[in-house]
Design a protein around this ligand. Structure first.
Ligand SMILES: [Zn+2]
Length: 256
């Protein structure tokens, strides 16, 4: 049975979506990922991951998958042809509008599944805005935590496989091998900041960056050794991780 929100009828929504249901909103991006990957990477990963998670634990936890929001805040890639950008302000309004719409079903839990690292800080703010405005409990998950926010990437990338690197390219090769051209990939690791103690990705002191600050090709990491096998492993690991997290979301309570 489909657990896609938009596959229900209006009357069925009233029947099936309960306060204790969980709504899952995947958010992707359409943005440059270097010459070896298409613009659609974050959109495809968010969308496929949401479907896999809903298939794996949606029935048990009463999760409903909302339509994927494909375009988001990609202004760090605005310099590149092809990138589509919603400004921070527009994206916040879109999220609030969607949240208000789904809150009218009476549901109490909304999970954002963020496929684009560049949204992460902004979505932290959105969780509070949505909670304040709608009263829903709000949560943010990632197919994989971005390295800039404490997630890991491979040793050969010195922890800086931020964008279009080994892991992301591998996951995408697992999902859409026909859209990857590894012959165009090179190692693009910003060695200049590798030895910094504080001012680095995930360090105690953050910095503003655009994806072409480090290299004109605009990807950050080393995709040269990416494989579909690694991607499959990462993808299924993420699905079980997210289902684990979803179980806590299901029963999360402030305890007062
Ligand atoms: Zn990406």
């Amino acid at each position: 049975m489909s657990r896609r929100y938009e596959d229900l009828s209006g009357p069925a929504i009233a029947e099936r979506i309960k306060p204790e249901s969980i709504l899952l909103l995947p958010i992707g991006a359409v943005e440059q990922h270097g010459p070896h990957l298409p613009l659609s990477v974050d959109h495809v990963i968010a969308d496929e991951m949401a479907t896999a998670v809903t298939n794996a634990c949606g029935e048990e936890l009463d999760v409903w998958q909302l339509p994927t929001l494909s375009v988001s805040k990609s202004n760090e890639h605005a310099w590149s042809p092809g990138t589509l950008v919603l400004s921070a302000d527009t994206l916040m309004r879109v999220l609030l509008d969607l949240a208000r719409s789904v809150a009218s079903t009476g549901v109490d839990r909304l999970v954002l599944l963020n496929g684009h690292g560049g949204n992460t800080t902004h979505f932290g703010t959105a969780l509070r805005e949505i909670r304040l405005e709608t009263g829903m409990k709000t949560f943010l998950m990632h197919p994989s935590l971005p390295p800039a926010y404490g997630g890991t990437s491979t040793e050969t990338e010195l922890g800086m496989g931020i964008h279009g690197g080994m892991n992301e390219t591998s996951v995408f090769m697992h999902l859409r091998p026909d859209l990857v051209d590894l012959s165009k990939a090179e190692r693009k690791v910003p060695e200049a900041i590798a030895d910094n103690k504080h001012v680095k990705f995930g360090g105690s002191t953050s910095f503003g960056w655009l994806s072409n600050d480090f290299d004109p090709d605009g990807y950050i990491g080393d995709p040269t050794g990416a494989t579909a096998e690694l991607g499959k492993e990462l993808f299924s690991g993420a699905v079980s991780n997210l289902c684990d997290a979803m179980e806590e979301v299901k029963t999360f309570d402030f305890g007062r």
